[in-house]
Every structure is written in structure tokens, then in C-alpha cells.
Write a protein that binds this ligand. Sequence first.
Ligand SMILES: *[C@@H]1O[C@H](CO)[C@@H](O)[C@H](O)[C@H]1NC(C)=O
Ligand SMILES: *[C@@H]1O[C@H](CO)[C@@H](O)[C@H](O)[C@H]1NC(C)=O
Ligand SMILES: CC(=O)N[C@H]1CO[C@H](CO)[C@@H](O)[C@@H]1O
Ligand SMILES: CC(=O)N[C@H]1CO[C@H](CO)[C@@H](O)[C@@H]1O
Ligand SMILES: [Ca+2]
Ligand SMILES: [Ca+2]
Length: 585
Amino acid sequence: MRAPLIPIQILLFSLLNCGSIMAGLVKSDTEDFIDWWPHTVFYQIYPRSFKDSNGDGIGDLKGITSKLRYLADTGITATWLSPIFQSPMVDFGYDISDYKAIQPEYGTMQDFEELIDTAFELGIKVILDFVPNHSSDQHEWFKKSAAKEPGYEDFYVWHDGILQENGTRVPPNNWPSVFYGSAWEWHEGRQQYYLHQFTKEQPDLNYRNPRVVQAMDDVLLFWLKKGVAGFRIDAVNHLFEDESLKDEPLSGKTADSLSYDYTKHIYSRDLPEVLEMIHHWRQLLDDFSAKHPERPTRIMMTEAYGGLTQLADYYEDSNGVRGSHLPFNFHFITDVKGDSDARDYVYNVEKWLIYMPRGHAANWVMGNHDNPRVASRFGPASVDAMNMLLLTLPGVAVTYNGEELGMVDYRELSWEDTVDPPARNVGEEHYKEVSRDPVRTPFQWSNATNAGFSTATKTWLPVHPNYLELNLEAQKAAKRSHYQVYKDLLELRKSGIMRVGRFNIEPLSRWVFAFKRSYPNFESIITVINVSDQEQLVDLSEFLSQPKKLVVEVAGVDSKYQTGQPLAASALLLAAREGLVCRLV
Ligand SMILES: *[C@@H]1O[C@H](CO)[C@@H](O)[C@H](O)[C@H]1NC(C)=O
Ligand SMILES: *[C@@H]1O[C@H](CO)[C@@H](O)[C@H](O)[C@H]1NC(C)=O
Ligand SMILES: CC(=O)N[C@H]1CO[C@H](CO)[C@@H](O)[C@@H]1O
Ligand SMILES: CC(=O)N[C@H]1CO[C@H](CO)[C@@H](O)[C@@H]1O
Ligand SMILES: [Ca+2]
Ligand SMILES: [Ca+2]
């Protein structure tokens, strides 16, 4: 049994009375960090694979609602749902044909309202995925725009193309789509090209048209009124293109003019107008929050794989205008690999904190539906250590569903069972190199049929065959499991020190790093991680500075240490890939 940690109120009281500067937080921002979101774990649900309630093999809203109690029991207080809107499912929901309707295979609007109500009762905030850059080509806006219906002519980005001397018509420029091929598609009906930065079934909306901005504001307000706590905004850096539609300079990375790497995206990505749009949406959210104080602050999270300066500007620009509450930080996905050493981890943590403007909340994303799972990226032995890293750093943590169990990618998934469009596009020879299906297999609830996900004879993606051993029920029953480690870490996050404690991080050697949350006269929490494949003895005494009593707070599944066990700081033995969260008393 762990001794209770200092409650946040006591720590805040002490903090407010000495006005010291914390990890990225200054006194004037205390309002922000006692709000609900700056220290929350956001649990990403991939609705298609979470829980099927009606036995058709596809996850749905009623399924999610039935599992909200599980989230609450685990200690999760916020979730973001991948798209649940009406969609032809060319890009599994990232191609929306009606922004205000629920995809019928996921349920009805009433199911959604029940989900929101149940979540509210359980103290869980729900964030929706907002996909503003493009709609589906089946959206009525696109049909009207293609037919040049008044008011809709310029809803999308249309162009005549260029007529060459010999009479051939070609696209207006050399821009490639993110998903391969020209970013322009000829439309027979309208006799013009339209822009699509993703698949050709995802035409880009024209944000230079105030009617589009208005229509999207209307969508946001629609869902806000239904009680959502905010939005995660997809592909936000693609919102605007340079009006000149000039050719982009070549990157020199590839000779394949159809590859997204072919050009430097100086006219089709990260335009300054993106920031204006972010500010506009922030204002809309702030206004709504102010008008409806009965529910918690509405927030936005933004998705963009971008440079540090740019992401920092999303938080707050050089004039101090606030934008995204949480511009997603993907560095643990893009910049740290299985063979990274301690310095790489420390460097990636520090660089975010250095660039993040003062007074904002850091955030760390460990996985999502587009990238391999932790157990597959870093190896199964690293699951606990990576969850310790994610959940004891300061700020917001983002978990992809299943990572609390250490679920593994189903890499052996057959060609016949493959459904991901980019994988189908490249064919049987190469599908494994690009398929995102292995990270999207159904959640492993138990050892029952289909891992307890569905009663169907065939599920939309097959269940990973390791479900007989790797499942939630088994991990709940086990003496020690990834799930229990995860849950203990969430419990630990409730302590005040984890919210406002000063933060510092250092490599102790090439393979081991440690970080500390501390506050004068209070207990400190120390996380120490060995990212190598061999055991090692480390000396923590210099890092801890004062010789105090060090005890284990959370240990991994296979650890020889137990909670409450005293440790010798000068000679701490860590197993390969072991992480340990300790308390300095
Ligand atoms: C016209 O010229 C372009 C190159 O500028 C070439 O790709 C295309 O095949 C030509 N079309 C015809 C019909 O000759
Ligand atoms: C399935 O799980 C239950 C409960 O965890 C357990 O009692 C049972 O032995 C398991 N069955 C098999 C075949 O593993
Ligand atoms: C991580 C993520 O949400 N990626 C999405 C980015 O946007 C494209 C197009 O909408 C989707 O295909 C990705 O899944
Ligand atoms: C602290 C430390 O350096 N630990 C060891 C971890 O394992 C690697 C090999 O993978 C050793 O070289 C390190 O010494
Ligand atoms: Ca279903
Ligand atoms: Ca765009």
C-alpha cells in the first residue's frame, strides 16, 4: 500500500504563495494549469476496432458507451474518437460526406447523445476528430460545387489547368498528393481540375472562401452544443495553398514526380494563414466556453507533423496570440526509435520544452492509428518503460487504445484480409511495408470469441491470434501486468507533484536516463529508464543531489523490484529495457 501523495490543493497553495517558475509554468498561468486539460491523459479510441455491440464485426458507438466504465475504472478522464461521421470510408472516416451525421454502421445520433451523457456522468470528456482540410467527394457541397450551384462555386479549389501548345491539358502545377500521384484531379462535369492533398476522393476545401469558414464554424458549434469538450483537428497544416498555385521547387530526394517527397512543400503546406485559422477556431471555442460555463473548457488539439518553431507558434504566436491548446508532439513516434540511446530521449524531451512558449502545457504522443504500436516499435520488453516515460513526463499524455495492455501489431495479417487503401494500392508484394491494418486490429478484451470484441463470425479486421494470452481480463487477473502498471501510473499522476513539480531530465550514461519532478520541501518522483538490451548498474546520487531515502513507486511486470522497496541510489541495477518510477522521501 502506497502512502498518499500531496494533494494538488496544498501544493498549489504553496506555489501561489511563492510565485516561483515551474516547468514551463509561471504564476500568472495558474488558472490554466488548474483547468482540466493541461495534465490529462487523452485516450484515443479507434471506433471501428474498440467494441462491436450488434455483432456485425464493426466497432460502434454503443460499444464505446458500454466500455466507458472501463476507461473510468482505469483512471482515464478524457478520450478522443477517430472520425465517427458519415463517410464512404475510402480513408476509413477521414473522408466525410456529412459533417453533422453519424456513420450509420457506427450508430445513430441518439447513440452519440447517450455516449456523451454516459461519459459526462463518469467524468470523461469527449473530443471529436475534426477533418477540415477536405471533405469526401460524395459530400453535397462538392456535388453542388462541381455543378457550379450559386454560393458553392468556390467551395473547393478549382483550376482550368494549363493548355499546352499541342493541345494537351495538364494540371496547374507539379504538386504531389500526400498519398501519391498528382494533387489535381480532372472533373469531367465541371471541366476543371480540383485540388486534393490526400486521396482523389478527398477534395480540398477552399478556406479563402468565407462561406467555407462559416460552414465549418457551424459544424463546430453543432457538436459543441451536443456537449463535446473540443476537437482534435486533422492535417491542419494543409488548410491553405498559395494563391499563385506556383510550381514547388524540387526537393532532390526522389526522381519520382508522383511521390510526395518530390517537391518542397513551400506553397501547399504550413502557410501563415493556417495560424489565422487556428486563432479563429480558438476564439470560437473560447467564446463558447464563456457562454456555457456549466461544462468544462472546450479545447483544441492540432495534428501536424512539423518543425518545432511552427508547432510552438501554434501554441502562441510571436505576438502572444493563443492558438491550439495542444499542438501534437509526435517526437516519440518520429524521432525516437528502438535503437535510440538515452541522449536521444533526453534531447527529444528537452527540445519540446525549450521551444514551447512559457505558460503552456507540454504534450507527448506515444502512438496512433497510423503508426506501429510501442511493443512493435521498441520491442515487447519496453512496454512498461515507455508507459512510464509517457505518463510521468510533465503535461498531457496521449495513449492509443490497446497500449495499456501492450498490444502488438498483427504483422502477419494476410493480403486477403488487408483493407487499408494505401496497402491495397501497392499490391500483394509490398502491402506489408505500408499497411496500417496491423495497428488497427480489434481491442483484446478477453479470451472469448474474437477477443470479446464481437460475436460476428468475421470481424472487419481479424483479431491478433495472441489474444488468448494477451487480453484485458487476463491482465486484470494477473498478479502483475502491463495494465496494472498503466493503472498505477495514472493513480500516481493524481498527486500534486506530478502536476506542478519542477522538471529536469539528464542522461546518466549512454543508455540510461532519469528525470525528476520535485518541489522544495516535498517528495520528489524520479523515473529512470534503461533503453538498452542489457542490465546495468547506475549511480543516481549525483542526479538526486541530496542523499535521501529512495523507494520504488511503480515497477514493471518483470521487475525484481516491488512497490515500497527501498533502493540504494548509488548502485541501482536495472534490467534490459527496464523502467522504474521511484519516490524520494
Ligand atoms: C503534348 O506534349 C506533352 C509534353 O509537353 C506530352 O507529354 C504529350 O504527350 C503531348 N501530347 C500529344 C497529344 O502529343
Ligand atoms: C479464459 O479466461 C478465463 C478468465 O480469465 C480463465 O478462467 C480461463 O481459464 C481462460 N481460458 C483459456 C482457454 O485460456
Ligand atoms: C494520425 C492521423 O490522424 N492521420 C490522418 C491524417 O489525415 C489523413 C487524411 O485525412 C488521414 O488519412 C490520416 O489517418
Ligand atoms: C547504464 C548503462 O549504460 N547500461 C547498459 C545498458 O545496456 C547497454 C548495452 O545494450 C550497455 O552498454 C550499457 O552499459
Ligand atoms: Ca457494430
Ligand atoms: Ca488545403
